[in-house]
Design a protein around this ligand. Structure first.
Ligand code: 9MR
Length: 465
């Protein structure tokens, strides 16, 4: 104790000199802080009276008249980071300064952020993510990140045809039931994903591509499969993805006939290959009859591509027209929604996404952004090269997230749901491309992309005022 007092006495003259220096220059230093790019914070000055706030570099950190700072920091495209001094100036001329560093590193735990489902509730009533068996317990969802931020879940893999019907006429619903029941117990809506696909299907479906089963019999198999699955889950599923990814990415133009260009190679859609384009109408009709309470969707990726979007548009238009004719008393559409998966990369142009939304708007259907993720690189860098994303790619992906959300928000009158395909990068099916807005593991933190999404929301709100 004595020793400490002695030290303090020795230091006293120095401390006094420092104090006199600060008071005479009128500058107070208030320390440093670091913000993830895109993040906002509030600075509090201890100076009296009205304060004027200025930044040494608005491109790195901007500040408004109330002392709210935003880490912009996108000027240096290589490092994506920077540093700026924010100065508070009082009416009496005294100043106080704060050094703010910006970083690409994710700093804030997603469990400390306000629930996204609440932040977006005025625009997208359904805000979702995927669920896996690891996320549930014996009664309900145990994954706190899902519970906090989302209100609708899609099984990542456990409701696909290969899981539900290993052989024709036999069903295995145990895992799917556990997932669906846990989600419902925890207050989530559930998306049924997916009934008819060309991938993750059982052998009895795949072999229809080449075997000699008659089209009539195949149609019967298809109806039986849909009726069994949809009836089993009846009343528990908000939306069914009735058909998934029926169109290939190329081999046709925007003026092609959709009935002729569906997937038909050795990995094609077996129902289309056996039954023909009428399988679409028949599949949706069977699903409608088995659970009239469920909303029926067509779901696909790369719908930013004009020709593919056009094929989907024409298919939905024609199938719905046929249903109207055959069911004149019915007020609902048969295909009620289109899921735009939105597995994007840094080359997916926001303008194309906007164009597709305008095209689909004519159909009077609902839209869901059903599997959103954005690679921090181009498709070519991701596959097959698997390059590690560069900082410039991470910045681009963050900016794109903001731009896509601006477009989604502008179309909020037709978009009922936004679902991310994964909670954080390390659990993503495309983890090396760092495609999500959170990263981590035991603690998952908000990346710049998260803040860009929230910024888009703020900007949208302001544009309405
Ligand atoms: O995320 C899914 C991944 O775990 C699977 O390995 C993969 C297999 O195809 O499917 C992923 O999810 C798909 C989704 O169901 C439909 N659209 C794109 C995804 C890849 O096909």
């Amino acid at each position: 104790m004595k020793k400490l007092q002695f030290r303090f006495l020795v230091l006293l003259p120095f401390l006094l000199t420092m104090l006199v220096f600060c008071v005479s220059t009128g500058t107070q230093k208030s320390g440093q802080r670091t913000l993830t790019i895109g993040a906002m914070d509030k600075l509090a000055s201890t100076l009296p009276g009205n304060i004027t706030w200025t930044s040494s570099d608005e491109d790195i950190v901007s500040v408004n008249e109330e002392g709210y700072i935003t880490a912009a920091g996108f000027t240096d495209f290589q490092s994506g980071t920077g540093s700026a001094v924010i100065t508070a100036t009082a009416e009496n001329g005294r100043t106080q300064s704060f050094t703010i560093n910006t970083t690409m590193t994710a700093l804030v735990d997603m469990l400390e952020l306000p629930p996204m489902k609440d932040q977006f509730k005025d625009y997208f009533p359904l805000f979702g993510n995927i669920v896996n068996p690891r996320d549930i317990g014996s009664s309900g969802v145990t994954n706190e990140r899902l519970l906090r931020h989302y209100n609708v879940l899609t099984a990542e893999n456990d409701m696909k045809p290969d899981k539900l019907s290993p052989s024709r006429g036999s069903y295995n619903f145990s895992t799917a039931d556990r997932l669906v029941n846990a989600a419902i117990e925890s207050g989530f809506q559930v998306i049924g994903h997916t009934l008819l696909w060309h991938s993750q299907i059982p052998q009895w479906q795949a072999s229809l591509r080449t075997n000699d089963t008659s089209p009539e019999l195949a149609l019967q198999y298809m109806k039986d499969f849909i009726t069994s699955v949809v009836s089993h889950f009846r009343g528990r599923i908000h939306t069914w993805d009735v058909i998934n990814e029926a169109f290939p990415d190329g081999g046709y133009t925007a003026s092609s006939n959709w009935r002729e260009v569906m997937r038909q190679d050795r990995n094609g859609n077996p129902w289309y290959m056996k039954i023909g384009a009428d399988f679409v109408y028949e599949a949706f009709l069977a699903a409608r009859l088995a659970d009239p309470g469920a909303i029926l969707y067509y779901n696909d990726f790369n719908l930013d591509q004009r020709a593919k979007a056009r094929m989907v548009h024409d298919m939905v238009r024609d199938v719905n027209a046929r249903y109207r004719q055959t069911h004149p008393a019915e007020t609902r559409l048969l295909i009620e929604g289109i899921g735009m998966q939105s597995h994007h990369n840094t080359n997916v142009s926001p303008a194309n996404v906007r164009n597709t939304l305008s095209l689909f708007r004519e159909l009077g259907v609902r839209i869901s952004i059903s599997e959103l993720d954005v690679l921090s690189q181009t498709w070519g860098q991701y596959s097959p090269r698997r390059e590690t994303p560069a900082i410039s790619g991470k910045i681009q992906a963050a900016n794109l997230y903001g731009q896509y959300f601006r477009i989604f928000l502008e179309n909020a009158d037709i978009i009922e749901r936004v679902t991310f395909w994964g909670i954080y990068d390390e659990h993503s099916w495309r983890r090396t491309g760092l495609p999500l807005i959170f990263e981590g593991g035991a603690v998952s933190r908000a990346k710049p992309a998260y803040y860009k999404v929230i910024e888009a929301l703020e900007q949208h709100r302001q544009s309405l005022n």
